[in-house]
Design a protein around this ligand. Structure first.
Ligand SMILES: [Zn+2]
Length: 302
């Protein structure tokens, strides 16, 4: 029988070392949460019971992949939001959602402050196409864009009032966006292992199990969330499937007036319930809503 050598030891079987081997094979990522500007809204927009005006940080995530390099999940706002909302009907957007962002707040500036140039970002995963998630797409000239095709199809041809009602500002989309895109479609979804329950299907974005996208529709057509495992734990980035962590903890949708903002209230409640159930099953996974001030302050990133 041929001798097996693992970790400097001769052994007859690899079975006692399976845990070490699997850990060795797992691609561990590094994850950092930043904010790029914020908007203000009444608290009841994010959770029931609050009536103060509060800040909603527009967070984005930097994911460092040991082989693929730097990946962003969304980009937050940039001052281009002000240019794109100067004229009617796009001005309705800035009136409904007061936005606060300076050049120093942008994803580009936040990364530069960490010694990272814009050319180093290889991929941007777009959860959905609302302006607070795609504001910085044009600032990363070497990045490929990854998203669920129905999310872009739902907004790409909209202009004027039709775009504003979907929180879409066409001017934020770079001219070469489609050329640099690597979207996925319904055929790319595969069955997920039981550890993701109640999520049953997802897309292994880089075919290495490092980043798994799942559907979280309701807030916007084709919105996705992202699972990742890092050196310091596992995360589930849920974008705008809920705005406050209290909502998924209690399975409590926001004030009914927010129905006016959502693509589908029924889908929104279903996605929120799935996140709630996942949290019950896997309390070890930290859930990150894009705009939850509580989560952002707790993480104390940049
Ligand atoms: Zn948002």
């Amino acid at each position: 029988m041929q001798k097996l050598v693992f970790a400097g030891k001769t052994c007859k079987s690899i079975i006692p070392y399976l845990t070490e081997i699997l850990l060795f094979m797992t691609i561990l990522l590094k994850f950092t949460l930043f904010s790029a500007g914020y908007c203000t809204q009444s608290e009841y927009i994010s959770r029931r019971g609050g009536f103060r005006t509060i800040q909603f940080p527009a967070t984005f995530a930097l994911i460092e992949h040991p082989q693929l390099g730097l990946i962003l999940f969304d980009t937050g706002y940039t001052p281009q939001f002000y240019q794109e909302t100067r004229r009617f009907p796009y001005s309705l957007y800035s009136k409904a959602t007061p936005v606060y962002v300076t050049e120093a707040d942008t994803a580009q500036a936040k990364l530069l402050a960490q010694g990272i140039s814009t050319n180093e970002v290889r991929y941007i995963i777009v959860s959905h196409f609302h302006a607070d998630h795609v504001g910085g797409l044009a600032d990363f000239p070497q990045a490929n864009y990854i998203y669920y095709q129905p999310a872009y199809d739902a907004v790409s041809r909209r202009r004027g009032l039709s775009a504003v009602t979907k929180a879409f500002l066409p001017g934020l989309i770079p001219p070469d966006f489609v050329t640099r895109s690597r979207p996925f479609t319904s055929v790319d979804f595969h069955t997920l292992p039981a550890e993701y329950t109640p999520f049953t299907e997802g897309v292994d974005l880089f075919a290495d199990q490092s980043l798994i996208a799942v559907k979280l529709p309701g807030h916007a057509t084709g919105q996705i969330g992202l699972f990742l495992t890092t050196y310091d734990g596992s995360y589930f980035l849920v974008a705008d499937a809920c705005w406050h962590s209290q909502a998924y903890r209690e399975d409590s949708p926001p004030h009914p007036i927010t129905r006016l903002l959502f693509d589908s209230w029924a889908d929104y409640c279903h996605s929120l319930h799935q996140i709630h159930m996942f949290h019950q099953n896997r309390p070890d996974v930290q859930i990150i809503p894009t705009h939850c001030g509580e989560t952002y302050v707790t993480r104390q990133d940049v």
